[in-house]
Design a protein around this ligand. Structure first.
Ligand SMILES: Nc1ncnc2c1ncn2[C@@H]1O[C@H](COP(=O)(O)OP(=O)(O)O)[C@@H](O)[C@H]1O
Ligand SMILES: [Mg+2]
Length: 271
């Protein structure tokens, strides 16, 4: 634990010294850096479409505006407001325990943001032990986010796009040593580089759960804020309390999503 804390302090110090506005220069210019125009870079990402069955199966309800999308649209507006007020670009989605709805929230938030044509958003699947964005979108990329972080591939060859302004960078298989990747300084450099080149307004990081291991704690130095997802009837108060405090030690807690809550009247009527 002490070792982890020391590494976190060192990484945070380096990041603070460099400042989020002045990311380290890449060792060699990527194809994206050479291309120049940001709009061209986004349009060069391969476009994918999610079929209706997949949308329904994974409760992805925000691609079009309707009553099902409303709770996520409200979340989008609230989160955006806080992020803009504070000049934040990077938001982590985490939870005390798995199966709380992190990936569901991350994808719906991204698709809701996608309906704002003046914004560019991206989702990065950093739940490297249990990557599932690929399942939610029914699309497994040939090259995974792990290859980009390890420096074996470029984001331009790895990420895909839904609509003109939402990018998804997905892991294609579980990584054997995710903690090492999440803590690595090179990972921070790669994220800085993507932000510098693609200039997203919002970067959403789908992260592992807090109480399973140290992965998320190690990674939070790379984000500006975090959204905590808890699941009604599953997450215990103590789990939430411990997680929330640990997250707040590392970054700004932007809000808490109570997922799968059913009002008693609705639950009784079976709706
Ligand atoms: N509000 C909800 N109602 C019913 N099922 C849900 C809800 N939110 C998520 N799920 C389902 O629960 C499972 C876990 O959700 P997921 O978003 O993958 O959680 P996590 O990323 O935290 O592990 C998935 O099968 C998902 O479709
Ligand atoms: Mg998940």
């Amino acid at each position: 634990m002490e070792k982890l804390q020391a590494a976190l302090d060192k990484a945070r110090k380096t990041r603070q010294e460099n400042g989020p506005e002045s990311p380290r220069a890449p060792a060699k210019p990527t194809r994206a850096a050479r291309s120049g125009d940001v709009e061209d870079l986004w349009q060069a990402l391969p476009a994918i479409q999610i079929d209706d069955r997949t949308l329904e199966k994974h409760r992805l309800v925000t691609q079009v505006a309707n009553t099902k999308a409303t709770p996520f649209d409200i979340l989008r507006t609230k989160v955006l407001l806080q992020m803009r007020q504070n000049g934040w670009k990077r938001i982590a989605i985490t939870s005390p325990m798995p199966n709380s709805g992190k990936t569901t929230t991350a994808c719906n938030l991204a698709l809701s943001l996608g309906r704002q044509s003046d914004l560019r958003s991206m989702v990065l699947d950093f739940d490297l032990r249990d990557p599932s964005v690929k399942t939610f979108l029914n699309h497994t990329p040939q090259i995974g986010l792990g290859d980009v972080i390890s420096g074996n591939a470029e984001f331009a060859d790895q990420a895909v796009r839904i609509g003109p302004n939402v990018a998804f960078s997905m892991a294609n298989k579980p990584e054997s040593d995710p903690a090492r990747l999440l803590l690595a300084e090179e990972t921070a450099n790669v994220i800085d580089r993507i932000e510098l080149e693609y200039k997203p307004d919002v970067m959403i990081f789908d992260l592992p759960s807090m109480l399973i291991n140290d992965d998320t704690r190690a990674f939070l130095k790379n984000v500006d804020c975090a959204l905590v997802v808890i699941r009604a009837g599953k997450t215990r108060y103590k789990q939430f309390d411990i997680s929330e405090r640990e997250i707040a030690e590392q970054t700004n807690v932007v809000g808490v999503v109570l997922n799968a809550y059913q009002h008693a009247d609705v639950a009784k009527s079976g709706e």
